[in-house]
Design a protein around this ligand. Structure first.
Ligand code: PAF
Length: 283
């Protein structure tokens, strides 16, 4: 596995692989890798003959006052994990390489609608930062496949939409969320939880699972179900931002005849903002 910090070096490696007839999968990450990322790498390796993992804590997707400075950065451990996982290159660019003119006034990518709902409403500008950096990575690597976790379900939908709108010839692959044994979705931000908060954190998934069971049983009073889940989260010590029952296809509010749904939620627990989702086939 070669760590690559320089764009010319990246392009040289990609060119030699392409000449050899290789296909390329890209796994974009912000590092601090865990078993969830390794699931993305396994999928990438199953799809393509070469796997590139990017590690870049993207300043543009952090809203003013968020955790950009304290976001966990563990480059040595990340490189060891990627080498063991059989990755071909870890692309670890600097902010200057990704944003040659700075990011305050840079060209940016908007995905109207999807970027301003749910998490986007609470983190204004976040998804513009995500879409912009993902487009840059797509342009730099030009992969055949790009692999994203479905944990951030709204992000995956937004990337799919952006890639389709801009006609990127890249297959966007979503990989199911990896959870700890108690149900908590793996996330680098779980590092911020105290031991006591970590004990309570699985309540988020339990409460969403309870809501999913009611939808599967045929309940369609979405507003009441969302309000009940919000109260349950508050009672469990979370500060919930939203619980939303949405249509799976476009994340819009469902009509009672809609069957393919997804529940999205975000809630603070101490200093950690947790997100989760459950896909549901309504009864
Ligand atoms: O999901 C993430 O880790 C980031 O949002 C991504 C896709 C790597 C873009 O910075």
């Amino acid at each position: 596995m070669r760590p690559v910090e320089d764009i010319d070096e990246l392009h040289a490696a990609l060119a030699s692989w392409r000449r050899a007839g290789d296909t390329i999968a890209l796994v974009p990450t912000m590092g601090n890798l865990h078993a969830g990322h390794l699931a993305l790498v396994r999928r990438a390796r199953a799809l393509a003959s070469r796997t590139v993992v990017s590690i870049f804590v993207n300043p543009m997707q952090f809203v003013e006052g968020e955790d950009f400075d304290r976001y966990p950065r563990t480059p040595e451990a990340d490189q060891r994990m990627l080498a063991e996982a059989g990755v071909d290159a870890a692309f670890m660019p600097s902010a200057a390489q990704m944003y040659p003119n700075g990011y305050a006034d840079t060209t940016r990518v908007h995905v109207p609608g999807l970027e301003s709902i749910y998490c986007g409403a609470f983190r204004p500008g976040h998804f513009t930062g995500v879409a912009t950096v993902v487009v840059k990575l797509f342009n730099l690597v030009r992969p055949d496949f790009a692999i994203f976790g479905d944990k951030d379900f709204q992000q995956l939908m937004l990337v799919r939409r952006m890639a389709a709108d801009l006609r990127f010839p890249i297959e966007i692959i979503g990989v199911p969320t990896v959870r700890d044994a108690d149900g908590l979705a793996l996330s680098s931000r779980n590092n911020y939880l105290s031991a006591e908060e970590r004990g309570r954190a699985p309540r988020l998934y339990e409460i969403l699972s309870g809501l999913a069971a009611k939808l599967e049983a045929g309940s369609t009073d979405y507003a009441a179900l969302q309000a009940e889940a919000m109260s349950g989260l508050s009672a469990a010590g979370f500060v919930p931002q939203y619980v939303a029952i949405c249509r799976h296809a476009d994340l819009q509010p469902p009509r009672s005849a809609d069957r393919e749904l997804v529940i999205l939620a975000a809630a603070w627990l101490g200093n950690s903002r947790l997100i989760d989702h459950i896909e549901v086939r309504a009864g």
